[in-house]
Write a protein that binds this ligand. Structure first.
Ligand code: UDP
Ligand code: GLC
Ligand code: MN
Length: 320
């Protein structure tokens, strides 16, 4: 249906990379719905261009910030005041029904059936299951609701400083009124479950439809070696099951990075993949081996690589 869409949000280039992977994963699992990305003005030109290739609509919104440092400190996420910006999704009134998804989610199976659900449907938050997690939810855009939500923010604020506190305050009968609005946990499977209830994860984890890399460490906080298919970084902090993290990186490095390269052209950018660096080092090692041979044969490249200037630079660097 043309008037139904998946919606995500990215206020900076890191979350934009997450949004790109999410969009790609929705396409890979053959969604029939439209894709919308809400972005803030901080998202760079090249990232905006890539988002436009993946999403049907990329809409610039003004960034809303709760500025509620006291509550945000309690969830140890001073950066999440900005998630108030999510509330703009209710203004997308050219759609009758939408599913919002955080930019740190990954779809591992088709989830178009979520559009059979009503507002506000969401999965329980693993930390407090009588609250819903606002990383995945079904909603109906409406200027009336939008206005009421913004009014709710000014009157009551948010108990966690972010959108989840506002939304649970506003849709406060979610836990008790209608069980059909409780999405199964497999629609918003967060890493926490793996640590807190491992046997359940082993039993049901393979049914996951959406993985949520909830928490401070995101997939893009790591680096990846596409050749070795290895993730590097603090794996103890791994924000999700390593298999899902690998799935994120495989999709990102194989489909998103080439698009980013095309947009950035000669401009340097950090893709998070170590591929370039490794190749560079290998190349240098090889050529220095060859150079050594030539040098020994009395064929130094005095005008180029082995010029006095270059040798001096090497010595200076060495002495430092
Ligand atoms: N977000 C954003 N910029 C930020 C922080 C958050 O665009 O600086 C958006 C993004 O869509 C993100 C969502 O808000 O997925 C919620 O934040 P996050 O996923 O970091 O919260 P968590 O799920 O870890 O609690
Ligand atoms: C939660 C949700 C996230 C939300 C944040 C702030 O942990 O996963 O989507 O933005 O809380 O309320
Ligand atoms: Mn999230």
């Amino acid at each position: 249906m043309a008037d139904q869409a998946f919606v995500t949000l990215a206020t900076n280039d890191n979350y934009a990379r997450g949004a790109m992977v999410l969009g790609k994963s929705l396409h890979n699992h053959k969604t029939a719905k439209k894709l919308v990305a809400l972005i803030g003005p901080q998202v760079s030109g090249p990232c905006q261009a890539v988002l436009k290739m993946i999403f049907d609509e990329v809409r610039l919104v003004n960034v809303l910030d709760s500025g509620d440092t006291a509550h945000l400190a309690m969830i140890k996420r001073p950066d999440l005041g900005i998630t108030f910006t999510k509330l703009h999704c209710w203004a997308l009134t050219h759609y009758s029904k939408c599913v919002f998804m955080d930019a740190d989610t990954l779809v591992v199976s088709n989830i178009d059936e979520l559009f059979d659900r009503e507002e506000l449907s969401a999965a329980p938050d693993p930390g407090w299951p009588d609250c819903f997690n606002s990383g995945v939810f079904v909603f109906c855009p409406s200027l009336e609701t939008y206005g009421k939500l913004l009014q709710y923010c000014t009157e009551h604020g948010s108990f966690d400083g972010g959108d989840q506190g506002v939304l649970n305050g506003y849709f406060n009968t979610w836990a008790t009124a209608d069980i059909s609005k409780h999405l199964p946990f497999i629609y918003n499977l967060s890493s926490i479950a793996i640590y807190t209830y491992l046997p359940a994860f082993k039993q049901y984890g393979s049914n996951a439809k959406v993985v949520h890399f909830l928490g401070q460490t995101k997939p893009w906080s790591y680096t990846f070696d596409p050749k070795e298919r290895k993730i590097q970084g603090n794996m103890q902090e791994a924000s999700s099951h390593p298999t899902f993290l690998l799935e994120w990186w495989t999709l990102y490095s194989s489909t998103v990075v080439p698009m980013l390269h095309e947009q950035y052209g000669d401009q340097p950018f950090n893709s998070g993949c170590v591929e370039m660096k490794t190749d560079y080092a290998a190349q240098e090692a090889l050529s220095s081996e060859e150079r050594k041979k030539k040098w020994e044969q009395g064929q130094a490249d005095y005008m180029g690589m082995d010029s006095f200037e270059n040798i001096q630079k090497k010595l200076d660097a060495f002495l430092k």
